[in-house]
Design a protein around this ligand. Structure first.
Ligand SMILES: Nc1ncnc2c1ncn2[C@@H]1O[C@H](COP(=O)(O)OP(=O)(O)OP(=O)(O)O)[C@@H](O)[C@H]1O
Length: 261
């Protein structure tokens, strides 16, 4: 299961207003892999994901998903992808139930099975029947995030892109979600997981890809990164590979400014 490449990115370059934010990204991902895709703010993670999702066509390089060049014009590959964006506009005036039924329709799913599936998935995530039928505008951050996670999985996709999926989830829900990821991967689903929560990335990822200034600066399992001479936790490895060691100085300067009044 782990051999077939699901996703291949070759020499990906992308600029905004003449400024390059992706500077030759190359990677190959096999089915069943959980990729922790990490990097500093502005490194280009969301941009890479947007290009892979076909949300922007203005790039150079080649992206192949399920053996199909995504620039071919055939968008069939998108039906096999699930996505939780970093920030999402949910339809606040809809209930979770209505929203998920709507998403199901977009994927061409039959109404009855999809509503029953949505209900079961949300219940498993701790959202009971009356919550399902209340407007999303009344939801907490974590409840919205659960709706987004469920909406990304309704059509049983083979390739998942999660951008900060657990932001706002309580500790119990995070534990459930981590187990879900591992079970999905063991069924051969491929997961691209982007987050700044390093201890979770360290635990769930089979492979970690670190992007810095639009370039991949590390690619391997956590153990492989450690074996290459990077020491400590993923957070510490992240600091070393991005050449950052000024956190104490910056914090002291910050607090000094806070005290200025
Ligand atoms: N639509 C856009 N127009 C202009 N510049 C953009 C646009 N989207 C992203 N950028 C720029 O591209 C760079 C990479 O942004 P991107 O959102 O991919 O980073 P990221 O690694 O996902 O960061 P974060 O961890 O903060 O989410 C940043 O400098 C950002 O300002």
């Amino acid at each position: 299961m782990k051999n077939a490449p699901v996703l291949v990115v070759e020499d990906l370059y992308k600029s905004y207003d003449g400024m390059y934010v992706l500077n030759g990204v190359n990677l190959k991902v096999s089915s069943g892999e959980i990729i922790g895709y990490i990097g500093p703010n502005g490194a280009g993670k969301s941009t890479t994901v947007k290009v892979m999702l076909g949300l922007t066509e203005d790039y150079t390089g080649r992206i192949t998903i399920f053996n199909q060049d995504i620039a071919s014009g055939d968008v069939a590959y998108k039906r096999r992808i699930g996505y939780v964006p970093e920030t999402a506009e949910l339809y606040d005036s809809l209930t979770a139930f209505e929203y998920l039924r709507f998403v199901g329709q977009l994927y061409g799913l039959q109404e009855d099975p999809v509503t029953s599936k949505a209900k079961k998935l949300l219940e498993l995530f701790g959202l009971d029947e009356d919550v399902l039928h209340s407007r999303i505008s009344s939801y907490s951050k974590g409840m919205r995030q659960k709706v987004l996670i469920v909406s990304s999985l309704l059509h049983n996709p083979d390739l998942l892109f999660f951008d900060e999926p657990i932001s706002g989830l309580d500790a119990n829900s995070v534990m459930i979600f981590k187990e879900i990821l591992s079970a999905l991967a063991s069924q051969g689903k491929t997961i691209f997981y982007s987050s700044h929560i390093m201890d979770v990335v360290e635990k769930i990822s089979h492979r970690i890809i670190l992007l810095n200034e639009g370039r991949i600066v590390a690619d391997g399992s956590f153990e492989a990164l450690q074996a290459k001479g990077q020491q400590g936790s993923l957070e510490e490895i992240f600091n070393q590979l991005t050449g950052f060691d000024r956190h104490r100085d910056i914090a002291q300067d910050f607090v000094a400014v806070v005290q200025e009044v």
